[in-house]
Design a protein around this ligand. Structure first.
Ligand SMILES: [Zn+2]
Length: 136
């Protein structure tokens, strides 16, 4: 496990691009169908764009039709934390990176097997690392 990351908002602002800062630290949402990682199907890992923690794998990615990268589960229990989100008059479950607290997206109970869950994640919250590069 990585240590928990405790950066000031100023540190985050300096470390992240403006659009990533907005999503990760201000709980923003990228417009549907705009994410760079939406159509990634190559084997590999999706890391937190804030701290580099391994969060998701292509093996668990599926085309949800929502316009955001979607996964049936995280790489391991505990890497993604869930919080109730009552913003915008809805009751949703927000997901955040357990290491840096960065906002990832939401999880919904309408996903496919094997979990029945749909982790709906902003591309801006993630960095994709193709499996090939891990061997290099
Ligand atoms: Zn993180």
């Amino acid at each position: 496990m990585c240590p928990e990351i405790d950066k000031s908002e100023e540190d985050w602002k300096a470390a992240l691009s403006a659009d990533r800062y907005h999503v990760l630290r201000e709980k923003g949402t990228e417009p549907a169908w705009t994410g760079a990682l939406l159509d990634v199907h190559d084997p590999g890992l999706f890391r937190c764009a804030g701290c580099g923690a391994e969060l998701f794998r292509t093996d668990d990615k599926f085309d949800s039709g929502s316009g955001w990268p979607s996964f049936t589960r995280a790489v391991a229990q505990g890497v993604v934390e869930e919080h109730e989100d009552r913003s915008f008059g809805m009751r949703r479950t927000e997901i955040i990176c357990a290491y840096c607290g960065g906002h990832l997206g939401h999880v919904f109970p309408d996903g496919p097997a094997p979990t029945g869950l749909r982790y709906c994640v902003n591309s801006l919250s993630l960095d994709f690392e193709p499996a090939d590069s891990a061997d290099a």
